[in-house]
Write a protein that binds this ligand. Structure first.
Ligand code: FAD
Ligand code: NAG
Ligand code: NAG
Ligand code: NAG
Ligand code: NAG
Ligand code: NAG
Ligand code: NAG
Ligand code: NAG
Ligand code: NAG
Ligand code: NAG
Length: 664
């Protein structure tokens, strides 16, 4: 029955488009029926053009009453009429091949309603394969893709590709040398994706997915380290093209009075940093330039090189525009949909609604001193330091974490153990408000020790002063040399609370585990940072972040790109048991520790308390309230334990399989 819908939807589309065009030149107060003016307390923040084009009950009625399209109207309506469409009554989301999966004609009608915005997924690496669906192999294209697979724009600019193909299920890998029997299938890529350019697009997609029980996936840049922006048998919402940015030199909103930005869902950190610099202000964004700002980053909390000055990125959020699970477009702020507002600031992306924009505080411009160095045995063996002296210096640096965070600084470095040779590679010591002199004074105890202990520099310390944020940021991270596009390892992390420093006995335990981790040769990246709660925000940012004095990151042992399930399972086990368990033991959630949900091991066993801390119960209540029918699902997201992925076992949780309620 789903298949038999009239094809003649064009007149409606025309009408919608004409109305859209008319709406654009009008003030919000005088727009026609198409444009809903929500109960909008953020009224002094104008909608973006893309946000003015909204779906309304009037439009649904118009669809229903034109050309006998009542069934189509029902499929995308806000209120589902169960007498006209039957949902799959089983406990799973509808899946391609099911009788309840929409027929091609429904997708065609849906595409027409979107004005041509529906994309049928072509797996990014399909040119490397001969397939029935996507045509013959194209060696030129495949080579080009293979060469560019490790750089972010390849995935960011694709409607469904993600940066970590392991979570896609590795069903269509980019390889120039595929054997003739290698296959390419959709895996966890959405079946179709909506190329969003208006709120109406998102509303239509959310309504269709809810009404038809289709899995829904939101993809912005595809950076997510757990595979949350992918899902088999789904309809995708691709927010990449929502690129608008507006600067408000003096915004008054819910008690805030100062500079602010309104940022579209598709804007990346670097795009916002550039806009901030142009207006002589700063914003709280990520270290990687290509991370999306308003998507998973800010909704997951968002740590930032300026956290020592202003806290977490989510703490600066003043209001979100959101399409909720019921398809409605709302403002979430301190005075409107306040539970949703609370949850969107730290409770995780892809869980509570589809954000179309966020309004964030901007902060004064700041100068920054940026510094790097590398310590360890010289590569030619001429300068050597004993292990114990090397570790003595590292320990002094560890002891200085509280002093360094009190001085508003942030650093990111690695301790490498390469065949027993240790090195301390300071990638970025980022010191806002510091001059070269004040930074040198801050770090003097450490560099005095380095000198006394005769520790060789394999790269001398070099500090550079920048009068403003952007050039310092560009020097630190602008080259965007983050490895991505690989399927050769799995990430994990731990947030280490301040208590490990304030209590000397605990510090000894921390140091013991630190040395053990180094000596075991586990991958070891470290941030010193203590965002605390500098904006005094009441939001969902996890208690572990509030307590944090450091952020440790690690990864599983490397495995080959074509690793077997058994190899991946073993690497995942080593990550969870050998790398992470010693950290978990000494920093349990009950004592203020935790793990950052955005850079975590997808199979982190205590994810509820470790990712969400004290906020978990309130988040779960909010999820049940704002998404009672589980329209949104994100692995390890709030409420996700009610669901499981039923698909091929790859030794780690992937998104390649049917999404079903657990326990059946
Ligand atoms: C190289 C690298 C560097 C990083 N650096 C930092 C850092 O400095 N600080 C930090 O805190 N994190 C950092 N991260 C982690 C980053 O915050 C997360 O990967 C984050 O999920 C990325 O969000 P995205 O929207 O760009 O990615 P996506 O993978 O597209 O989306 C991530 C999640 O958010 C959801 N989502 C996306 N857009 C929306 C929307 N509009 N509405 C609702 N849900 C949405 C998706 O469904 C998914 O669940 C880094 C990650 C990488 C790979
Ligand atoms: C649902 O659809 C049927 C058939 O079109 C119609 O008779 C009925 O009135 C609708 N119910 C509601 C609540 O709109
Ligand atoms: C409903 O889903 C089940 C799997 O849970 C599937 O086997 C079945 O074919 C579906 N039924 C319909 C009518 O699509
Ligand atoms: C293969 O791709 C290249 C580059 O996109 C294109 O120029 C060429 O026409 C394609 N070849 C075939 C046989 O389709
Ligand atoms: C190769 O890939 C780049 C993007 O990485 C793209 O801009 C270019 O058009 C591609 N060239 C061919 C021949 O496909
Ligand atoms: C491909 O076919 C060859 C020969 O039949 C077989 O040995 C090999 O295992 C196959 N590879 C895969 C990935 O199925
Ligand atoms: C997506 O839509 C934008 C317009 O908003 C268009 O420029 C772009 O080409 C579309 N992308 C794809 C992949 O169709
Ligand atoms: C930029 O901002 C800083 C700090 O707020 C201020 O001191 C400076 O005068 C501003 N510069 C310009 C050019 O406006
Ligand atoms: C430096 O090399 C010597 C000799 O191989 C070794 O004993 C020592 O542990 C190394 N030091 C570090 C810090 O790795
Ligand atoms: C850590 O403590 C344990 C138990 O006291 C001890 O056996 C071990 O040697 C210590 N390890 C390190 C690296 O200090």
């Amino acid at each position: 029955m789903v298949g038999h819908i009239s094809q003649r939807v064009m007149p409606i589309i025309l009408q919608i488009i004409i109305t859209f065009l008319a709406a654009r030149s009008l003030a919000i107060s005088s727009v026609p029926a198409l444009i809903i003016v929500p109960d909008n307390s953020a009224a002094n923040v104008e909608f973006f053009e893309s946000e003015r084009a909204q779906l309304s009950d009037e439009i649904i009625d118009a669809i229903a009453h034109s050309q006998d399209n009542s069934l189509l109207a029902n499929l995308v309506a806000f209120d589902f009429n169960s007498t006209t469409v039957e949902r799959n009554a089983t406990s799973c989301k509808t899946y391609p091949g099911d009788a309840s999966w929409p027929a091609d004609s429904v997708w065609a009608d849906f595409d027409a309603l979107l004005g041509g915005g529906l994309l049928r997924t072509i797996p990014i690496a399909s040119p490397c394969y001969d397939t029935k669906e996507w045509g013959p192999k194209n060696v030129t294209k495949c080579h080009n893709l293979t060469n560019s697979f490790r750089v972010f724009p390849t995935h960011e600019n694709d409607p469904t590709s993600i940066m970590w193909p392991i979570f896609q299920g590795k069903t269509c890998m980019a390889k120039s040398t595929t054997s003739s029997n290698a296959t390419c299938t959709l895996g966890s890529y959405p079946v179709h994706a909506v190329n969003v350019s208006s709120v109406a697009h998102i509303q239509l997609a959310v309504n269709l997915a809810r009404n038809m029980n289709i899995r829904l996936v939101v993809k912005n840049t595809g950076h997510d380290y757990l595979g949350k922006s992918s899902g088999a048998g789904s309809l995708g919402i691709w927010t990449h093209n929502l690129k608008s940015i507006t600067f408000f030199p003096e915004l008054e909103l819910d008690g805030y009075n100062g500079p602010a930005f309104k940022v579209g869902a598709g804007v990346t950190a670097l795009e916002l940093y550039r806009a901030a610099e142009a207006n002589n202000v700063t914003v709280l964004g990520s270290i990687a330039p290509s991370v999306g700002f308003a998507g998973g980053y800010i909704q997951g909390g968002g740590h930032t090189p300026l956290s020592g000055l202003h806290g977490m990125a989510a703490d600066a959020a003043l209001a979100f525009q959101v399409v909720t699970a019921d398809g409605k477009f709302v403002t979430a702020s301190a005075t409107s949909h306040t539970d949703l507002f609370w949850a969107l600031r730290g409770g995780g992306g892809g869980t509570f609604g589809v954000v179309t924009s966020v309004v964030v505080k901007a902060f004064p411009q700041t100068d920054v001193t940026f510094s790097t160095w590398t310590l360890g045995n010289s590569t030619d063996g001429t300068q050597v330091v004993s292990r114990s002296n090397f570790l003595k210096a590292v320990r002094i640096f560890w002891e200085m974490f509280p002093v360094m965070t009190d001085a508003r600084t942030y650093s990111f470095f690695f301790i490498f153990n390469t065949n027993g040779q240790l090195s301390f590679d300071m990638k970025t010591f980022f010191a806002p408000t510091h001059t070269e002199e004040s930074l040198a004074a801050l770090l003097k105890p450490f560099f005095d020790a380095v000198k006394d202990l005769n520790i060789p520099f394999t790269k001398p310390q070099k500090s550079t002063y920048h009068e403003t944020f952007l050039p310092a940021y560009m020097q630190a991270w602008g080259r965007n040399e983050f490895p991505m596009g690989t399927a050769t390892g799995l990430p994990g992390n731990r947030l280490i609370p301040k208590a490990m420093w304030t209590d000397p006995a605990k510090f000894e335990i921390l140091w013991n585990r630190t040395v053990a981790h180094i000596e075991a040769g586990h991958h070891f990246g470290v941030y010193h940072q203590a965002p605390g709660n500098k904006q005094n925000a009441d939001n969902a940012v996890s208690s572990a972040w509030r307590n944090a004095q450091a952020f440790f990151i690690t990864k599983s042992p490397n495995f080959p790109e074509d690793a077997t399930t058994a190899e991946i399972r073993e690497a995942n086990r080593v990550l969870l048991e050998n790398n992470l368990q010693p950290w978990r033991e000494i920093t349990p959630a009950s004592e203020g520790g935790g793990s950052y949900l955005n850079e975590a091991a997808v199979d982190e066993p205590n994810w509820k308390e470790d990712f969400y801390g004290e906020q978990y119960n309130r988040l779960l209540n909010t999820k049940k309230k704002v998404d009672p029918h589980s329209v949104f699902y994100a692995t390890t997201g709030i409420g996700s334990d009610e669901w499981e992925i039923r698909g091929p076992d790859l030794g780690v949780t992937t998104q390649n399989g049917r999404l079903c309620r657990t326990g059946k």
